[in-house]
Design a protein around this ligand. Structure first.
Ligand code: FES
Length: 109
C-alpha cells in the first residue's frame, strides 16, 4: 500500500538548507533529510553510507553549503540534488526517498 503522506510545508525547510522528519512505518520507521533548493526538495535517508551514522550535528541541524551536505561524523560530502558521494570517506551515495511538492506541501508516496 502506497499512500500519499504530507511530510511538511515547503516553507518549513530553509532555502538552501535542510530539516529532518520521521516517517513511521510498520517496521518502526526511519528519519529522512529534506533538502530544499528554491521550489525543489530532495530527500534521503538520514544514514551515512560510511558508518551508518546520522548526518546531523545535533538532531535536525545539518551542514549544507554550495550544493553539498556534509556528514557531521567524519566529513563525507554528498551532492544535494543527487545524493552522490563527492568527497571524504564515502564510497556510496545517500539513499533517496521519493518526494514531490504539491500546493506548497512536501509529499511522499
Ligand atoms: S559516518 Fe558519515 S562520514 Fe563517517
Amino acid at each position: 500500500m502506497n499512500e500519499s503522506r504530507v511530510l511538511c510545508q515547503l516553507e518549513e525547510i530553509p532555502d538552501s538548507g535542510a530539516i529532518s522528519v520521521r516517517i513511521d512505518s510498520a517496521t518502526g520507521g526511519f528519519q529522512v533529510i529534506l533538502l530544499r533548493t528554491g521550489d525543489r526538495v530532495f530527500a534521503y535517508h538520514n544514514e551515512c553510507p560510511h558508518q551508518g551514522r546520522n548526518l546531523d550535528y545535533v538532531p535536525g541541524k545539518f551542514l549544507v553549503r554550495d550544493g553539498a551536505i556534509m556528514c557531521a561524523a567524519h566529513g563525507a560530502m554528498f551532492s544535494v540534488d543527487s545524493g552522490d558521494c563527492l568527497s571524504g570517506p564515502c564510497s556510496n551515495g545517500l539513499v533517496r526517498v521519493p518526494v514531490r511538492v504539491e500546493s506548497g506541501k512536501v509529499v511522499t508516496g
